[in-house]
Design a protein around this ligand. Structure first.
Ligand code: AMP
Length: 425
């Protein structure tokens, strides 16, 4: 590639009409579900103080250690392009005194996030997250509500067979004992761990559990399991969450290795994937969990909360792969406008605008000269009628209306075309 041809930065991509259509479809369906469940739209700024993520997301997470896009403003502020929404939501909850609102405060969002990750299939440096968050209740029914909302969203947009991976990672009461025994177990086997997990052993030992390196996978099979360490409160919470999932008939799998990469999670963690080969390749479509300690950690009142985020690009990737080559309803038109000759072309553009004003959906190829090429296009767009303005019709200010299926034709005055079409369609 010649040096003077610019390209998008690594891991960032242009969105084409098909991507934007699917993104809007996801967002529109989410809006309907959010409205029904009483979640209000919220949008924090793209930039926040770096410290918010260092503290909120967690110092020893991959995001903070390696993936943030940081910048220093002319005024000397250290800001970060958001790598995720949850710390911003918690910051806003405190900043705007949302603790005084009736609880739970239920919010949803959709927008771009930035992570300087190693790009690979389904992993980008700029992507969109759509999330639902409920703040102010410790009830397990809210954990299930969030899962239910994502399940409903995925199903309405065409991801029918889903699987929810679930785990409970305890809280400040029971996790320290688990962590201690986990560290003991892995320390005794540290020589066989991958280099990343050797570092994790010191900083974030739970993350060793979701390492995908073969040698670590083998070792972790014998590792202590968090479910054996849960305190009564976490155990009851998890039990209740699973019972509600069963009631909802949402397919789930207990995954003791699911720990998620962020520090603030407590109790419930979950991921949703499509239950198929293609789905496994694409990775988790949704990830989330409870973060009961985050708002207090950021200086607010002790506030339990739960939420999750869907990665739009992963869902779009799945949907695009299975789209048929046939024109979608959006690509078909009932009417196609064809013309032959310069005068006809001029009149055609005028008629095209009249048809738009009359709210009719019409296709055109005003740049083309050949009538047969235009009729081919009309066929391809599945048009029921083609309007033809030939040289003769242009002079007489008339239009031929051709019914495509039967080939029957009728000549009408230009100013009566709209009425004629409305009577027939
Ligand atoms: P997380 O914020 O890491 O819990 O991720 C939530 C969801 O965002 C994941 O389940 C993915 O669908 C999506 N996601 C996370 N990282 C990326 C990425 N680098 N590129 C595309 N989607 C991502």
């Amino acid at each position: 590639m010649a040096k003077d041809i610019y390209q998008t930065p690594t891991g960032m991509h242009d969105l084409f009409a098909i991507d934007i259509d699917l993104l809007e479809k996801i967002e529109n369906n989410a809006r309907k579900i959010a409205d029904f469940y009483g979640f209000e739209r919220f949008e924090p700024p793209l930039l926040e103080f770096t410290h918010l993520f260092e503290k909120g997301t967690g110092e020893f997470t991959d995001i903070v250690e390696k993936e943030m896009y940081n910048l220093k403003t002319k005024g000397g502020d250290l800001l970060t392009l958001r790598p995720e929404y949850t710390p911003s939501i918690a910051r806003a909850y405190i900043q705007h005194g949302m603790q005084n609102l009736p609880k739970p405060v239920k919010l949803w969002y959709c927008g771009p996030v930035f992570r300087h990750e190693r790009p690979q299939a389904g992993r980008f440096r700029q992507f969109h997250q759509l999330g639902f968050e409920a703040l102010g209740s410790e009830q397990a029914v809210l954990d299930a509500m969030i899962v239910q909302m994502f399940t409903a969203l995925l199903q309405t947009i065409g991801v029918k067979k889903i699987l929810v991976q679930v785990n409970c990672i305890g809280d400040s009461q029971c996790r320290p004992a688990f962590r201690k025994s986990l560290v003991g177990y892995f320390r005794a086997r540290s020589a066989s761990l991958c280099p990343t997990c050797k570092t994790r052993l010191k900083k974030n030992p739970l993350r060793i559990l979701d390492c995908k390196e073969e040698k670590c996978e083998k070792i972790k099979k014998g590792a202590p399991q968090i479910l054996d360490y849960l305190c009564k409160e976490c155990h009851n919470h998890f039990k209740s969450f699973l019972e509600i999932l069963e009631e909802l008939e949402i397919p789930y799998a207990l995954n003791p290795y699911l720990v998620r990469g962020l520090d603030y999670y407590t109790k419930t963690v979950f991921e949703i994937e499509e239950d198929s080969e293609a789905g496994k390749m694409q990775g988790a479509l949704v990830g989330g969990g409870r973060y009961d300690g985050l708002i207090k950690l950021l200086g607010g009142k002790d506030t339990p909360a739960v939420g999750g985020a869907l990665g739009a690009e992963r869902v779009i990737g799945l949907l695009k792969n299975r789209m048929s080559k046939k024109p979608t309803p959006e690509q078909t038109v009932k009417i196609f406008l064809a013309q032959v000759g310069e005068l006809a072309r001029r009149k055609a553009l005028k008629l095209f605008e009249m048809l738009r004003q009359a709210n009719l959906q019409v296709g055109e190829a005003l740049h083309k000269d050949s009538l047969s090429a235009q009729l081919k296009m009309a066929d391809k767009a599945c048009a029921q009628y083609t309007l033809i303005i030939g040289q003769r019709e242009a002079l007489d200010n008339q239009v031929i209306i051709r019914e495509m299926k039967s080939g029957r034709q009728k000549i009408v005055d230009m100013d009566k075309v709209v009425k004629e079409l409305k009577n027939n369609i």
